[in-house]
Design a protein around this ligand. Structure first.
Ligand SMILES: C[S@@+](CC[C@H](N)C(=O)[O-])C[C@H]1O[C@@H](n2cnc3c(N)ncnc32)[C@H](O)[C@@H]1O
Length: 202
């Protein structure tokens, strides 16, 4: 599929399911580069991408990661999943919702995540979906960085600060529109008891 055809599918999806797609365009190489900060080519890691879209970040991770790294990407939309799978035929891309994250990891014997690259529209997802994501992260990594993409610079800083003790925002001006990455670490141990979960209460 040509890039123009890909963009057409993307725009159609955005117009139909705006908050689920949550971005006007697929991520640029600058935004993907900022997302890949903790992808280390010198050592094997377990890397998980949440929300593959058409696969620009998936492709960059494949190019940058150590050859013995384990990499799972998850995309709920079947059309976007098909585009990403054609673009990255060697990637393990599950056509599923992140609600199934624990099962998808267990099926692949992944017991620890080194790098989580979240492209999910966390603020507009149901709280129960976010609960699965953050619970899984807490269970599988308490020291690494949970990397969250955004196309609304700084806007959700408070939201991620409710979940993580440390949140550093990296601005990416070159992305059209300017976006950035929240590098989040040290999830609150008692988060689920004391903090309101991000997302929609359904
Ligand atoms: C902002 S786009 C990012 C796409 C791509 N990673 C990029 O950087 O261009 C977010 C993606 O998350 C997907 N998504 C939304 N809710 C999801 C869910 N519950 N499970 C899996 N993917 C989901 C959307 O379909 C969309 O493709």
């Amino acid at each position: 599929m040509t890039r123009i055809a890909e963009r057409t599918v993307w725009v159609r999806k955005f117009l139909r399911h705006g908050t689920k797609i949550a971005s006007l365009t697929p991520s640029s190489r600058w935004l993907c580069g900022a997302m890949c900060r903790d992808v280390d080519p010198t050592r094997p890691q377990a890397i998980v991408e949440l929300g593959t879209g058409t696969g620009p970040l998936t492709q960059m991770v494949l190019e940058r990661m150590h050859p013995e790294s384990t990499f799972l990407s998850i995309e709920v939309d079947p059309d976007l999943h098909a585009i990403a799978s054609a673009r990255c035929p060697k990637a393990d891309i599950a056509n599923a919702s992140v609600e199934n994250l624990p099962d998808l990891l267990a099926e692949r014997d992944i017991e620890h995540i080194d790098v989580c690259l979240s492209c999910l529209p966390i603020p507009s997802l149901p709280q129960k979906v976010n609960k699965v994501v953050f619970e899984t992260w807490k269970r599988m990594n308490t020291t690494g960085t949970f990397t969250q993409i955004t196309q609304v610079p700084w806007w959700y800083q408070t939201l991620y600060r409710r979940v993580f003790r440390e949140v550093k925002f990296e601005l990416v001006m070159m992305n059209p529109p300017p976006g950035g990455v929240y590098h989040c670490s040290h999830i609150y141990e008692d988060f689920f008891e004391t903090h309101r979960l991000p997302g929609k209460q359904l």
